[in-house]
Write a protein that binds this ligand. Sequence first.
Ligand code: ADP
Ligand code: MG
Length: 694
Amino acid sequence: MDKPFESFGSMVFGEKEMADRLPRPIYQSWKKTVANESTLDRSTADAIAHAMKLWAMERGATHFTHWFQPMTGGTAEKHDSFLEPNAEGEPLARFSGKMLIKGEPDASSFPSGGLRATFEARGYTYWDVTSPVFIRDNVLCVPTVFVSYNGEALDRKEPLLKSIAALSKAATRVVNLFGDKEVKSCNISVGLEQEYFLIDRKYYNERLDLKLCGRTLFGTPATKGQELDDHYFGSIPSRVSSFMKEVNEELWKLGIYAKTEHNEVAPGQFELAPVFSEGNVAVDQNQLTMDILKKTARKHGLACLLHEKPFAGINGSGKHNNYSIVTDNGQNLFSPGDKPAENIRFLTFICAFIKAVDTYPVLLRMSASSTGNDHRLGANEAPPAIISIYLGSYIESILYNLYQNKENTVGKVENKNDFNPVSGLSYIPHDNTDRNRTSPVAFTGNKFEFRMLGSSMSASFSNTVLNAIMAEALNEIADQLEGIKYLQDVREKALDICRNLIHEHKRILFSGDGYSSEWVKEANRRGLPNVKSYIESTQILSDPSVVNLFTSLDIYTATELNANRKIMEDLYVKTMDIEIRTLREMVRKDILPAMVQEYRSYEEASFKKQVRFIQKRKEQLAELVDQTYEGLEKLDELWKEANKEKDDFQCGKKYYYSVSPQMELLRSYIDRYEEISSRHYYALPLYEDMLFGL
Ligand code: ADP
Ligand code: MG
């Protein structure tokens, strides 16, 4: 393409397109709906749908779909053609307001965690007016929420939208109390950095574990690993750059500002970061991005691995969630700003964040967890499963000074000395964050970067949690500030509140090495939770404080939370089940026969004299065959034992604590075999093939 940016947004029916194509009153009434001031009436919806249809058909679309995010974390769609016969039986392209606004997918094929009784299996999708419709592969996609017949959320989007509304209300309260009455609402800005691996598709096809589980279940580290760090920011292989070029073009067409792309730390690993956008849109766009990465890779003879840990011993992949709160007139509330008054507001928002995270660390950890992410979180790799916040020494010292000096208020210290923590904020260079890559939550200039999220996961739930816990903290602050008459007193009070919050929650601040064993001990001393596994973390959804948090903010009902927990547990058990089955199958079909064949080849090799090497190999192979076979039998036994548990949570815990370690033990035999095997017999692609074969 000669002019790559020319087609930017060409496949999105965005705001500009709306303004151009809709009659003014229709456009305005859509705007009002987006601003939550009114609901769409039938004729407006019809007019919008009509314009959309024409726009889509001009671009070759033949079908439409309600695109939604079921609780499993992916996206789902069911295509319907625009085409219908008219009264005379002639073909007519039809897309009505009703078809735009409401759909009825077959809800029974999506998990509901018991929300849908079988007698009322119906579920409905409703257009999410805040996220633009777009075209992919000749299908007009309408982003929607998915709810049950009784109005319970069956997806991850409706709660996200509700959490944004709750946060907006709370943040606006606080902003208004600080004297800025102009602000009517707030939103979140989210930038999602996406990490992924690329390997040659040939290797992908040859490994059942990659195809079925998304990760290698065994394999020894390549002869050359990431120790030279020469991949990071190294030059991008040409095959990969042509893949990236196409990914970018696809993203740009969908109005996604793909911005940075570079090699990651591990060989074969890459990152793509778009420019941040409104949270809800950012989450949708990330779902699209993952889909585009996978499909484009296939076209280029590559496989894109989004799994959190495709290769043991090599860095895993995450999805860094950059999060900030912005007012409707564009002020970033995590931006230090340049006026002292704003600085107090900034400090208040930072302290609210610290409080929020320290109050709900397990919930936050849970929101970023998945079966795949268990191999990353808490597995001696970025980031640890213990939640802590890294503020950077500058902000930390500001808070510390504020906390130490009870008398220290903005007005008084302003001209006194050079080390003037509060007013000094105006000199914060935008990027003064001495980077600490081991921290799960890091303040990076004007946003918080939440690094725990797994690379394959939807960012929806994490942002729902961040919004909810922030909304609660801000509401509590607003309650204390409300009714104070003079602005100066509001500020004094706010500083007081901040001091108290720092006092109560400073245990969550940590700037050292998050991977070190000292930190695990120190965190324990501080009373910070260290939940080992995803399956155990799901329990938090039944915790009364969490139920109260979500219900009081009208984000989730207790029933919905329970349903979510059930779905997560069910998903964990199912995912583990697939891994176990795959491992058994590979051991039986590939590994054991290869070992035996190889043994026989040594047996048949006849030399005139005793050859030590052959003798040794035969011994090793014989031993490995036994160990592998016994390991497999033991795995079966533990697996069956776990499956006796009727309850997914109990079964899941057994999977984690007894089956999973046995899988690792079995793996160690296979890996030992790989080390001594001949390529002729061990025919599966090796780590070095996959990681260095681009
Ligand atoms: P790094 O890898 O150093 O963390 P990147 O540039 O790769 O940085 O990614 C930073 C991400 O944060 C980008 O997606 C960027 O758009 C996003 N971002 C920048 N400013 C904000 C903000 N105020 N709120 C939310 N996200 C932001
Ligand atoms: Mg980052």
